[in-house]
Design a protein around this ligand. Structure first.
Ligand SMILES: [Fe+2]
Ligand SMILES: [Fe+2]
Length: 270
């Protein structure tokens, strides 16, 4: 199974480069991925005139399963409403069968209007657990903000405020992959069975800690997950190959207060 992960398009921004996005999408289309994840910051400011432009660009992605979540830049003021008008629900759950793998994707809006900081929020926990409850071969969680600090990004800021609770929740749900963006630095954290994969910015020169625009390609089979970084129109670099560990029995020592709580009622926008 092949997943393409891109984020931080920042359409409409001063350092946005349309040719980078178009090159990346045409490279991705040529590889015919099974799933494409666009992990937030599609626009630079959430302005009404930026959404139609990015909608047209994203529409060029040729894939049966495209999952999109908003980032902090998309949500500014009432930008999150524009996002809904353009792409539909900000939270989504997708089930698909790919290469004999049953895949569950849960994608959540981690943005809050006019804050750069992320938060999943406890009102989402039950809905996330439900999305991963079924026996499947691969579980993928998507949100814009990072759950772990990213090296090379200066002093830590803007991380998901409830990252500890969310990491525990995802671990107990035996999630395989967490796909995020936001810091514009590509990085992979293998953490307690989870593989947290962060994409850089695909189409801007808003780069510091990692100074090239980039997107990720992730290849999954039953035994391992390989992550590759691609510079649009440029070089390719491996970000590592990681063994898959689920399913394993979590020991009693792994128990924590959250997993004993009943899921909260489902959100309506499934
Ligand atoms: Fe960004
Ligand atoms: Fe962001």
């Amino acid at each position: 199974m092949l997943i393409a992960q891109l984020s931080d398009l920042h359409v409409g921004g001063g350092r946005y480069r349309e040719e980078l996005l178009r090159t990346a999408i045409s490279e991705i289309n040529a590889l015919q991925p099974d799933l494409v994840v666009v992990a937030g910051d599609l626009t630079d400011d959430g302005y009404p005139d930026q959404y139609p432009v990015v909608k047209e660009e994203v529409a060029a992605i040729e894939c049966p399963h495209v999952v999109v979540v908003p980032g902090n830049h998309d949500a500014r003021n009432v930008g999150y409403l524009r996002f809904e008008d353009t792409f539909g629900a900000r939270d989504s759950r997708v089930r698909c069968d790919v290469d004999k793998l049953q895949v569950a994707v849960v994608a959540v809006d981690s943005s809050k209007p006019d804050l750069d900081t992320g938060e999943i929020g406890r009102e989402h926990y039950g809905w996330i657990q439900e999305g991963f409850a079924e026996a499947v071969d691969l579980r993928v969680f998507v949100c814009h903000h990072h759950l772990m600090p990213i090296p090379g990004t200066g002093r830590e800021r803007n991380q998901v405020l409830d990252a500890g609770d969310v990491l525990s929740l995802l671990r107990h749900a035996q999630v395989d992959l967490v796909l995020s963006g936001h810091r514009h630095v590509p990085y992979v954290w293998p953490v307690a069975g989870l593989l947290l994969v962060h994409s850089g910015t695909v189409s801007t020169l808003r780069t510091r800690g990692f100074d090239e625009p980039a997107y990720n390609l992730i290849e999954v089979d039953r035994e391992r997950i390989s992550v590759e970084l691609h510079v649009p129109g440029g070089r390719v670099q491996t970000l590592g190959e990681y063994p898959r560990i689920w399913p394993v029995e979590l020991s009693a020592r792994d128990a924590d207060p959250l997993v004993h709580l009943q899921p909260s009622p489902s959100l309506a926008n499934d």
